[in-house]
Write a protein that binds this ligand. Structure first.
Ligand code: G6P
Length: 512
C-alpha cells in the first residue's frame, strides 16, 4: 500500500523585485553599427538570471552597455533575456562621475578589499562615500517607482547597495526587503578600517532580512552590530521596534540547466572547437576560470603549476593548463597590476617549460555552453582564491561533471570549501602543499575520482540556486506570518501628507 501524502501547498507568488548594480544583459554597439547583446558574467548576475527566468518580475540595475539606452522603452525598461523574453530589466543610468566614485571608488576600492583579505589596501575617500549614498538613494527611488504592491518582496544584492533597504524603508515603511551579501563579511577588527561602518551597518539593518554566504560571515556581522550598540540575539538585530533576521544561506548554481547543457548533442562539437582553438592535444588538461581579480589567487596557482613542471618531468609534455581570465574593473590600478603580473608570469612559464605552450591563457568571457564544454574537457579544475564569498566556478565544475570524473582542487579560503569536502583542499599560500595537491589530482585513480565527484554532486544538486532563493524569500515571507494583504504603494506626493515614524538607532549609528 502506498502512503498518501498531502499535495504540496501551492502558494501564489508575488512578483519579485531584484536589485543589483550589475545588469544581467548588456547591449553594445558593434563596429558595423548594429546592436548586440550579451549576458554578463560574474556570480551574481548568472545566479539571479536563473531565478528571474523561472519566477518573472522586475530586475533593477545600472545600465552600463553603450547601446543600453537604445533598446529601452520610455520607462527605461527592456524585456530580457533578449532571445527568450521572461522578465523586465529596468535600467538606471549613472553619470561617469557617479560610476567612478560609487562603483569604482567606494564599492570596489573600499568595500571589496575591506571584505576580502587579499592584501590590497582598502581606500576610503569622503567624496566616494557621498556619491555612494546618493546612488543608493537613486536605486531606492527607482525601486519605489517600480514596486507593484507594497508586499512585493524586494531582493537586494551585494555590497554596492548596502544602504538601499534603509533608504527605501524611509520612503515606504511597510516595504519587505532582503539583502544578500555575496562576499565575505570582515571581522569586527578589520571592519574598523571603514570610517562609515556604522552607517553601513545601519543601512543594512534597514532590511527585514540580511543573508550571508557562511555562518562565519553571519557571526562577524552580528559581532560588529553588537559592538556598534545594536541589540543583538543569536540570529537577529533589533532596530527601534523592528526585528531584523540575520541568516547564512550559501548560494548555489542552476544545476538543472547545466545538466541540460551536458546532455545537449551539440556539446561534443563545442568541445572539438575548443580543442582546436586552444590547440589542446595533450593527454592531461587542467583548467582555471576566473574574473581577473587579485582575490582569485591566479598568481599563486601559476607558481604551483611552475613548481609542478619542475618537479615532474613525466608531466611536463603531457599537461596543458587552460586559464580563462575574464577582464574586470580594468580601470583600477589594483586590477591593472594583477593583470600585468599574470601576463608576465604566463609568458615566463611558457618560455621556460613545456615547449612554450604549457599555459594557454584566454582573456575573455565564455558563455555557459562553452564553459560547460571546457569543464568537461578537464582532468582537473583549480580554484585558488585567497578569499572568496562562495566561488560558483567550483560548483559549476561539479555540476558539469555528470560523467563523475574530474578532480576539483579548491582553496580552503573559498566559501565553497565549507560544503565541498571531497575536493582536494589547498592553502594557496603554501606553494609546496598546493603543488602536491595538483600531483594528487593528476595521479588519482578513477574510482576515487568517481567517489569524490559523486559526493560533491549530491551537495551541489541539493542546494541549487532556486533552493537558495526560496530560503531567502520564504524566510522573508515568514517574518510576518500574517502577511499583509496586497497594499497600494504610497506614492511620493501622498507620502508628504503622511507622517513616517522614525526608528531609534543607537548613538553613532545614523541611518544613511
Ligand atoms: C562578484 C560580486 C558581484 C559582481 C561580480 C562581477 O561576484 O560579488 O556583485 O557583480 O563580482 O563584478 P563586477 O564589478 O563586474 O560587477
Amino acid at each position: 500500500m502506498s502512503a498518501i501524502t498531502d499535495p504540496p501547498e501551492i502558494r501564489p507568488r508575488r512578483p519579485l523585485v531584484v536589485v543589483s548594480n550589475r545588469e544581467p544583459y548588456q547591449h553594445t554597439r558593434a563596429r558595423d553599427g548594429s546592436i548586440q547583446w550579451s549576458p554578463t558574467t560574474g556570480g551574481v548576475a548568472v545566479a539571479l538570471d536563473a531565478l528571474m527566468r523561472e519566477r518573472g518580475g522586475v530586475w533593477i540595475a545600472h545600465g552600463s552597455g553603450d547601446a543600453d539606452r537604445d533598446v529601452v522603452d520610455e520607462h527605461d525598461r527592456v524585456i530580457v533575456p533578449p532571445d527568450h523574453p521572461g522578465y523586465t530589466l529596468r535600467r538606471l543610468w549613472l553619470t561617469e562621475e557617479e560610476a567612478k566614485q560609487y562603483y569604482e571608488g567606494f564599492a570596489n576600492e573600499g568595500l571589496w578589499p575591506l571584505c576580502h583579505e587579499a592584501h590590497v589596501r582598502p581606500i576610503f575617500r569622503k567624496p566616494d562615500w557621498e556619491r555612494y549614498q546618493q546612488v543608493n538613494d537613486r536605486f531606492a527611488d527607482v525601486i519605489e517607482g517600480e514596486l507593484p504592491e507594497l508586499a512585493a518582496p524586494v531582493f537586494i544584492q551585494d555590497y554596492h547597495l548596502a544602504l538601499v533597504g534603509g533608504r527605501l524603508r524611509r520612503r515606504q515603511p511597510g516595504v519587505k526587503t532582503a539583502i544578500f551579501w555575496h562576499i565575505p563579511w570582515p571581522s569586527a577588527d578589520r571592519l574598523r578600517i571603514c570610517p562609515w561602518r556604522r552607517e553601513i551597518l545601519a543601512g543594512l539593518i534597514g532590511n527585514d532580512l540580511i543573508a550571508f554566504q557562511l555562518d562565519r560571515d553571519r557571526r562577524n556581522f552580528l559581532a560588529a552590530a553588537r559592538e556598534s550598540g545594536f541589540e543583538v540575539t543569536r540570529n537577529t538585530v533589533r532596530m527601534g521596534n523592528r526585528i531584523v533576521a540575520v541568516k547564512a544561506v550559501p548560494i548555489g548554481v542552476d544545476y538543472d540547466r547545466i545538466q541540460r547543457i551536458t546532455q545537449d548533442p551539440g556539446l561534443g562539437a563545442e568541445q572539438a572547437r575548443l580543442r582546436q582553438e586552444l590547440g589542446l592535444d595533450t593527454p592531461l588538461i587542467g583548467i582555471g576560470v576566473d574574473r581577473l581579480d587579485y582575490t582569485k589567487g591566479v598568481l599563486e596557482r601559476l607558481d604551483a603549476l611552475e613548481l609542478l613542471l619542475e618537479r615532474r618531468a613525466d608531466v611536463r609534455d603531457r599537461l596543458t593548463f587552460v586559464q580563462v581570465g575574464v577582464p574586470s574593473r580594468s580601470s583600477l590600478p589594483s586590477y591593472v597590476d594583477v593583470v600585468e603580473a599574470i601576463d608576465r608570469k604566463v609568458a615566463d612559464i611558457n618560455a621556460r617549460h613545456g615547449s612554450g605552450r604549457a599555459i594557454r591563457y584566454r582573456k575573455s568571457s565564455f558563455r555557459i555552453k562553452r564553459l560547460v564544454a571546457l569543464y568537461r574537457l578537464a582532468n582537473f579544475c583549480i580554484v585558488s582564491s585567497l578569499h572568496d564569498g562562495m566561488n560558483l566556478v567550483a560548483k559549476e565544475f561539479v555540476a558539469a561533471r555528470e560523467d563523475e570524473d574530474g578532480v576539483l582542487v579548491l582553496s580552503e579560503m573559498a566559501g565553497a570549501a565549507q560544503q565541498l569536502h571531497d575536493a582536494l583542499l589547498i592553502n594557496p599560500y603554501d606553494v609546496e602543499g598546493f603543488t602536491s595537491a595538483i600531483e594528487e589530482a593528476i595521479d588519482m585513480p578513477r574510482d576515487e575520482r568517481r567517489r569524490r565527484m559523486h559526493a560533491m554532486r549530491r551537495i551541489v544538486a541539493g542546494r541549487d540556486i532556486f533552493g537558495w532563493a526560496s530560503d531567502i524569500l520564504e524566510g522573508l515571507e515568514q517574518l510576518n506570518p500574517r502577511a499583509l494583504p496586497p497594499a497600494p504603494v504610497v506614492r511620493p506626493a501622498e507620502r508628504e501628507r503622511l507622517s513616517v515614524s522614525r526608528v531609534r538607532i543607537p548613538p553613532g549609528a545614523q541611518p544613511s
